[in-house]
Design a protein around this ligand. Sequence first.
Ligand SMILES: C[S@@+](CC[C@H](N)C(=O)[O-])C[C@H]1O[C@@H](n2cnc3c(N)ncnc32)[C@H](O)[C@@H]1O
Length: 394
Amino acid sequence: MLRQIECVSAWELEGTWKGARKSSGHSLHALCSRTGSFPPALARFFIERYSGPGSVVLDPFSGKGTAPLEACLAGRVGVGNDLAPEAYVLTRAKVRPVSLEEVIGWVKRNRSFIESYRGTDAPEEVQVFYSRSTLRQLLAVRELLSEPETDVEYFVTAVMLGILHGSSSDSLSVKCSHSFSMSPKYVEKAVRVSGLRRPERNVADCILRRAERVLADRLPPVKGIAFEGDARSLPIPPESVDLIVTSPPYFNMQTYAWDNWLRLWFLGHEYKEVARRLFHTDSVSRFLSFAEEFLTEFNRVLRPGGSCFLVLGVVRLRGETVNMAELLLNVVDRTGFEPVRVITDEIPKEKKYLMYLGTDQGVNREVVLELLKPESVPGRSPRAGRGGLISVVG
Ligand SMILES: C[S@@+](CC[C@H](N)C(=O)[O-])C[C@H]1O[C@@H](n2cnc3c(N)ncnc32)[C@H](O)[C@@H]1O
């Protein structure tokens, strides 16, 4: 049974993020492109209106780290979590960025190792993307960063994920998509048939050039925190978060592990194994149980009176149109949240990010579901001390 709640258009909200220029974001957002991300201006809209300076803002499905970075830029403590290893690396690099001097120092210390490396041991599907000399240097960097520990090691790892494939002058691969790892069969055929060249790159120089670009703007005033884990069991103390802005997986609309298979190889993971762990389904009932579990967890970590914004979609699933916001209203009551309103966010056809989808397929429209954790719930124990998250893991 559906309850009636307020529904507003995103275009009518005062100071709306709709129509914001894509290029107006901080240079760090350009670290690495990844499918399924939301615009920085959307995250900033909710962060500025529903939290204050110093607040803790959480995105439990942080992807490439858009919301946590926007939170840190706005003077909040941005906290990100994602189960995908490459998403964790990108989120961590964005909430704990380093200065260009630190990247220059890392490159200086490792340049001769990278340039003199002789190893060539890479799977055939990886070799398809690179010239021999680029691949050798790439393997050297992979070895150096196999177990990153420091902020600069994580940052350089994230820079590598951003230049691993693409079509700019600092991309290491044959010209191909930047946002997702293309199929090796397709790339191999493109090289054979259309004579695409595998560029000869100096990997150390490419790292420096990309770092210079993404570190062009001032670093955020606040550092944040990143976790790699399941959104249903966050390593976060109860009631220590002031605001949640997030976007869960849309059923099976994105194949995150496959879309990032080359980046996952670079990080030492097998994409099939990662795919088994990430949530992915075309079943409405499985999605609803997943949603009930993650919302219950969000409710646990959120302070009473805190808001939770879920960026969802109106999707086509097995020939049916499913409004994910309406669907989630079926379980919200069991999670401790109160539904507040639905913000509809029509995507003009020409701006559809998922260009390869037909008009009757995939994600047709974005909808944002606003939830509130009520101030006091009868029978509930009093609220825990604030700042727990920062004092425990900060
Ligand atoms: C819609 S995307 C979020 C994108 C993000 N808002 C951004 O701007 O990049 C959903 C994310 O959920 C992650 N994911 C899938 N299953 C998960 C789980 N059980 N726990 C945590 N993250 C998960 C995926 O890796 C993906 O990054």
